[in-house]
Design a binder for this molecule. Sequence first.
Ligand code: ADP
Length: 311
Amino acid sequence: MEIVNDFNLKKQAEELGVSVWKTPSFLLIVMGFVIVAAMTATYFVSQIYDQPEVLIGAESLVVSIILIIGNSIIRQVEEMAKLNKMKTEFVSVASHQLRTPLSAIRWETELLLSKFSCGLDAKQCKGIETINTLATRMTRLVNDLLDVTRIDQGRLILKKEKVDMMKIVDETIANFLPLAKVKNLHIMVNKKNKKSTVVADKEKIKLVLENLLSNSIKYTPNRGKIEVSLAVVEGFLVFSIRDNGVGIPKEQQNHVFSKFFRSDNAVRYQTEGTGLGLYIAKNIVEQLGGKIWFQSIEEVGSVFSFSLPLV
Ligand code: ADP
């Protein structure tokens, strides 16, 4: 199946943003044909002429053609790698530059609301609150983009500190309770085990929990049920979150941890989303020595889990 995908030239050209005849697979196929044709021609030439000079000349010609096509494939791949690097650097620089003005907008609006709100009427306060919410959302997006560029460049540095997961799970759920309340969602927590200390990066593991929790809230219709659990399995702490939300279509499930993936039903249900949260979560968990996985049935619900080695 993988091989069939490798030679789906149209798809590859779309993915790489080049014309079909410039895709490495197309050039490889051409090279294959040229080699077969050249070998056949060399065979017939050797039948007709028996002088070694003619054979050497024919073989040199074949080798030159193969080298030219091979060189062309290498140049295409180099060009794509360069463009990819430039794109990653651009996203990184742009995200860094956006962070400072966004922080300033957040600080200023918070200051306005806390210190000068008495001089503002309700409509003005609401307007400033909206600016603050939007700036916070944009900051989250910019941070996600920065994390993605760090992952892509192999520069995601994670701290290794002792983290009490029980505490972080409680804190994260508490932060999301107002959001869950708006949708009338019932969040249940099941954590009977005593051991819950892992070695992880506190901030980043909190980000993983936030991504999973916000997904469950986002993709579960009003009055739904979310169940969070912590368990110990063979030296690992396993966090799971189950919801009875929209689920993920079976045929799209193998893309779930890919960058920018959003399932068709999720896009219809919730327009807002970037498809970066799970990609980042997977990279963080795996870099910390754990695993992340899920089970999902469309229109029934999903369970997302990850494990981390216990101290
Ligand atoms: P985002 O939520 O911003 O789209 P994520 O990377 O967090 O990005 O998730 C990728 C996709 O995986 C989502 O768009 C959605 O299709 C699917 N998904 C993730 N969590 C759930 C869930 N709990 N229920 C249903 N679909 C989910």
